[in-house]
Ligand binder design. Structure first.
Ligand SMILES: NC(=O)c1ccc[n+]([C@@H]2O[C@H](COP(=O)([O-])OP(=O)(O)OC[C@H]3O[C@@H](n4cnc5c(N)ncnc54)[C@H](O)[C@@H]3O)[C@@H](O)[C@H]2O)c1
Length: 284
């Protein structure tokens, strides 16, 4: 198992900024990169906002806020971000081609000992790892949204992932104060495979006029004690993100339970992406 001191986070969106924040809070030196410069600035703003809210709620100390921000810096290229990194965590959009191209670049510039991790919600770790020289150092680290609050990390073990890499990822997740679970590389892992079925079926129920989004969510919240209904959760995750995962699971697992409903495709095409765009099944 290797000690992680320097972390590169690639992608500064919904997930990347949170992963950078919790890594910096744990004492690591963190470099945040995004292909979109405005997203990096936006990510840093969100981190400051999360920390300030934490202070107001008595959950974060001023000293921890200052350390977190001091440990964070930004990079203007993948090469700059991953040079000298012990761990690289990618949090770019859910596309196999994109992740493969990012990791080809990472692999050429990262140190030989670096552990390469993807935050993919569903894609094959084994397939992405195939672009790396040493797939034994490749692992899935699936965080949950919002990262600074949610306690779970799925550590996904690809066909070539070594036990040492898996153990380092488990150890790192614990260091971030998270509870890791270890999952074999199967589409959708342990979480998205179940979560997407519920989400797609809830959207089909809206399509069929079974009940309003509010009442479908209430059914799960009050009837099943889910902390949040599947439609609100879809808004929070991003409709585009969930569509990408559903398409992939439909393709790889074959079950119609994963088939994205027409309503989901229409809403994504109209730019109704959920919380991040201001409109989804709810207005934000
Ligand atoms: N949103 C969620 O709730 C959630 C939860 C768990 C896992 N995930 C997974 O995390 C990953 C990121 O999702 P997100 O919701 O943060 O997406 P997002 O759209 O909020 O952010 C993605 C960021 O990646 C950047 N990006 C695009 N191409 C890039 C490149 N070549 N190099 C570096 N950055 C690039 C984009 O500019 C954007 O800022 C996806 O694989 C998703 O499936 C998402």
């Amino acid at each position: 198992m290797s000690r992680i001191e320097t972390v590169a986070v690639l992608g500064a969106g919904t997930m990347g900024h949170g992963i950078a924040q919790v890594s910096a809070t744990s004492g690591c030196t963190v470099r945040l990169y995004d292909i979109n410069e405005a997203a990096v600035a936006g990510g840093l703003d969100r981190i400051r906002g999360n920390l300030d809210k934490g202070i107001a709620r008595g959950k974060v100390t001023q000293a921890s806020r200052d350390t977190t921000l001091a440990n964070l810096s930004t990079a203007t290229s993948i090469r700059e971000a991953v040079t000298g990194a012990d761990l690289v965590i990618e949090a770019a959009p859910e596309s196999m081609e994109l992740k493969e191209s990012i990791f080809a670049e990472v692999d050429a510039a990262a140190p030989a000992h670096a552990i390469l991790a993807t935050n993919t919600s569903s894609l094959s770790i084994t397939q992405i790892a195939a672009v790396a020289k040493d797939p034994a150092r490749f692992v899935g680290m699936h965080f949950f949204n919002p990262v600074h609050i949610m306690g779970l990390v799925e550590v996904v073990w690809g066909a070539e992932t070594s036990a040492a890499t898996r153990d380092t990822a488990v150890d790192f997740a614990r260091r971030l104060g998270k509870e890791p679970i270890v999952v074999r590389d199967a589409p959708g892992f342990a979480s998205s495979r179940l979560g997407i079925v519920l989400g797609m079926e809830a959207i089909r129920m809206v399509e069929q006029g079974v009940a309003s989004p509010e009442d479908i969510d209430k059914a799960m919240e009050l009837g099943y004690r889910h902390p949040m209904g599947p439609l609100k959760l879809t808004d929070l995750v991003g409709l585009d993100v969930r569509l990408g995962i559903a398409e992939y699971l439909h393709q790889t697992l074959g079950s119609e339970a994963f088939a994205p409903p027409a309503l989901l495709r229409e809403m994504v095409a109209e730019g109704k992406l959920g919380k991040k765009s201001g409109q989804g099944f709810y207005s934000w």
